[in-house]
Design a protein around this ligand. Sequence first.
Ligand code: FCB
Length: 439
Amino acid sequence: MTTLSFRRSDFPEGFLFAAATSAYQIEGHAHGQAGRTHWDSFAAIPGKVVNGENGQIACDHYHRWPEDLDLLRDAGFDAYRFSTSWARVMPDGRKVNAEGLDFYDRLVDGMLERGLKPMATLYHWELPAALGLKGGWTIREIPERFAEFAHLIGNRLGDRLWSTAPINEPWCVAWLSHYLGQHAPGLSDLGAAGKAMHHVALAHGLAIEALRSTPAQNLGAVCNMEYAIPHGDGEADERAARTYDGIYNRWFPGAFLKGAYPEDILEGLAPHMPEGWQDDMKTISQPIDWFGVNYYTCQRLKATDGPWPAHDMVPGPLPKTDMGWEICPEGFDWLLRRTIRDYSGDLPLYVTENGMANPDRADVPDDARIAYLDAHVDIARAIAAEGLPLRGYTVWSLLDNYEWALGYGKRFGIVHVDFATQTRTPKASYHALARALAD
Ligand code: FCB
């Protein structure tokens, strides 16, 4: 497949097409006096990240951003979803590094000069290491510090940002990193996870509150979702899938948009949450202006006899991406509709990430990525055509980049990056998107 079957004109007027990246994954943290992050610390522990790779150089976007913004403009994107690194702006989590703020200033102006709407995410995972050492997301001080960072960014850039979301994928920040142990700080501890699951939600609320006193407008939230499928037919696997769905897809949307964590998940998690969490629900659920969903795949769940959450993930039969993730567009359809029905209602909804990793080999053309994007964009098209408030679609990612614990081997870019020379080469999917967006 070399062309996409949709055209921009198949979408309602004003539907936004965007591409996304994140700071630590592309910028090159060695430059500009950025502070050490907990991802630098995590990557330095043998066995945590493939080849011990980190984001010190990454795509050298810190120096090459004009070329990268040109690529976005030339493909015809309307918006660019990027993130601001807390450790670049506040190397120890508090003290301001003027060079870091200046970088984002130039970057945002560069977007506006090219007609790109700046969609900012304030936290895409690189916690300043100094705050990690204090206890990171397990302690209440971190959401409070984060609100200061949000305030600073809102005051400096808010007049030019098109939208701002405090935290990318709270599930990853809390559960993947403190219970599943796969991301920094790499904990596998329900006690830590229970605290992080609340403090990350609180950080969202405190940041929205702080941003409201700055020029920043159009404030939202970005949650990732995975479609949970019971492995077998029985009631036990159904419950396992429900629990997975609750932790993954209902916990943060419930808190942000309804002011309540899901009851079925509280049964397992409440004993591990910080005392007095109930008092924060109002802060966490203050009004936002839009909601974003990141979607990649589905997950099959099998019940176990172990302690809560008592489930294991098992591989499924669908074709898989280079991440080993099943390609499951029907889960995308189901989750977007359920999110609108049960959580976001009339709020503008955006797909804030979707895409696939493909191996970097001459004998693997980019067709699979084009087919993946086509199937998922078509679902967005159908939902928007029904008059539901889906207002945009964002591809992950503009560039091949640092794929966290999997290092530089997993390539999500619509633009190829040669990490030895930093040469950018648009892939077939980039050209296909540019053609689709032109009319
Ligand atoms: C998402 C992350 C993004 C990238 C993609 C593949 O969960 O937001 O940084 O790693 O997955």
